[in-house]
Write a protein that binds this ligand. Structure first.
Ligand SMILES: [Zn+2]
Length: 497
């Protein structure tokens, strides 16, 4: 048995000014061939589960590519073509099954608003009968083209995502069972006109928890797989939003009923999927009060500049307000500013430097110019920015922040990096010699991934609403392609959708 296993993951924020060339994937480009196998094997990612399953089945495994890029603006067309060619060329040589580790929200410049659906259509044209399993992120914007052009879809049931391996394992094992004739997967899918805010998609909290519970209950009743997708809303495409996909064993109406049950819960709870914030000034003042008396760092969450939603990761609004209100003992991480990194490296460890930090990118989609913050401090550390995630999410993944420097202003220690990187592991601080436990405040450009890592050591958390292309305020964006009406941008006078 010859199987093709590949990864192509990108969550595209169509409002983001951050480019996504070939080099944005992997470390300066996707992992290819043997390197893809080596990079994925033993991780907790879906592709690792496929590798384990295929090897246990004694299959000959082909891994043309493992391409994962941080969320950012639309993917470069040529980079997308290259990744798809690598996968399709191996399938064209003939294979018995295809296992794909996809995200499900890829938009490609000058090509397609549905990177995954377009790839799957192309594979189906090459190999109309080849069994194909697909795992998707919980933030997938599911499309008809995706569902129509594969046999099995299973997505993550957790956000923060700590069950990526399990999702790949579920999708892959259903496909293997189907190949043996043990089951006959049939899929149903649907969406609701709801732009659920990412901050309200935490699967440990209501209302997303109820949607996931309904999916798990469907599986407990005998469905092969059921997934509630929160969707990715910083994307101006027709199908952005909350959806569900179910896989039943031969019984289409069972799949459809379970899918509808998940969607009904989401629609009933639509108001609870909307985040309500507070002015930045008030948030910082609240954090200051919270920090009194010590007892662990208070988290300042600059969620609108969260690069895991495709943001620049270089806005300085939250730090500026924190300094204005006299906060001290702040560890900031990380800020992406290659120009500042170069200046700090040239100055060297121990040098005192005054320079503009951050604010290097304009954000035309929200009508803002970049606004750097001029700071004076001592260069405390310079590193290559590499570390391995210790978990629990993305455990085992090697991370590349690019060249990294720490500027210490006396009141704030700022981790400054060359490549976008979510503070999803303590490694963003510990790898540059900062102990996050010792900070009074941790200013994190994070929305959700901080939870399993930083929440256990934190005294409390404050969401800091500042401008950014990762904002939770949908009215900041001008949607042109999105299907309308859609909640909360439009009113729904009746209970019907
Ligand atoms: Zn996600």
């Amino acid at each position: 048995m010859r199987v093709v296993i590949a990864q192509m993951q990108h969550e595209t924020n169509t409002f983001s000014p951050v480019p996504t060339p070939w080099e944005a994937f992997g470390n300066g480009g996707p992992f290819l061939g043997k390197a893809a196998h080596e990079a994925m094997k033993g991780t907790r990612l879906p592709m690792a589960a496929y590798l384990d399953l295929a090897e246990a089945a004694g299959a000959q495994v082909i891994t043309p590519v493992a391409a994962w890029a941080n969320p950012s603006g639309p993917v470069d067309g040529k980079a997308y073509d290259r990744i798809c060619d690598l996968i399709c060329n191996e399938i064209a040589k003939g294979c018995d099954a295809v296992f794909l580790d996809l995200h499900g929200a890829m938009v490609v410049a000058d090509r397609t608003d549905d990177g995954e659906g377009t790839l799957l259509e192309r594979i189906r044209a090459i190999a109309p009968k080849v069994p194909m399993a697909v795992s998707l992120d919980l933030h997938a914007n599911v499309t008809d083209a995706m569902v129509r052009n594969c046999d099995v879809i299973a997505g993550y049931k957790t956000y923060p995502h700590v069950d990526q391996y399990e999702s790949g394992h579920l999708a892959g094992s259903i496909l293997l069972r189907a190949m043996k004739g043990e089951v006959k997967p049939v899929m149903a899918w649907g969406n609701v006109p709801l732009l659920a805010q990412t901050l309200r998609q935490n699967t440990a909290e209501s209302p997303m928890r109820e949607c996931v519970e309904a999916a798990r209950a469907a599986e407990a009743r005998g469905l092969l797989a059921a997934t509630a997708f929160g969707g990715f809303q910083q994307a101006d495409i027709r199908d952005a939003g909350l959806s569900a996909v179910t896989v039943a064993d031969g019984n289409r109406s069972q799949a459809e009923a379970a899918c509808q049950a998940i969607l009904d819960i989401a629609w009933r709870r639509k108001e609870d999927f909307i985040y309500r914030g507070e002015p930045l000034e008030q948030a910082i003042a609240r954090a200051k009060q919270m920090a009194e008396g010590g007892g662990g760092p208070v988290l300042l969450l600059d969620h609108a500049d969260n690069c895991a939603s495709g943001a620049n990761q270089d806005t300085m609004y939250v730090l500026r307000e924190a300094l204005r209100q006299g906060l001290t003992g702040i560890a900031v991480g990380p800020v992406r500013d290659p120009r500042a990194v170069a200046t700090l490296i040239e100055a060297g460890v121990g040098a005192k430097v005054t320079l503009p930090i951050g604010g290097k990118m304009d954000m035309p989609a929200i009508g803002r110019k970049g606004e750097p913050l001029e700071l004076t401090g001592v260069v405390r550390a310079i590193t290559d920015g590499e570390y391995t995630i210790t978990g629990p999410q993305f455990q085992g993944m090697r991370c590349y922040m690019g060249r990294t420097a720490v500027l210490d202003t006396g009141t704030a220690q700022i981790v400054i990096i060359e490549r976008n990187q979510e503070p999803w592991d303590r490694g963003v601080f510990t790898s540059v010699g900062i102990d996050p436990m010792q900070a009074k405040y941790l200013l994190l450009k994070s929305r959700m991934y901080f939870r399993p890592v930083f929440l256990p050591i934190a005294k409390g958390l404050v969401f800091c609403d500042a401008p950014g292309v990762g904002t939770s305020d949908w009215t900041s964006f001008e949607y042109r392609k999105l299907r309308r009406p859609i909640y909360p941008l439009d009113e729904f006078p009746s209970a019907h959708r």
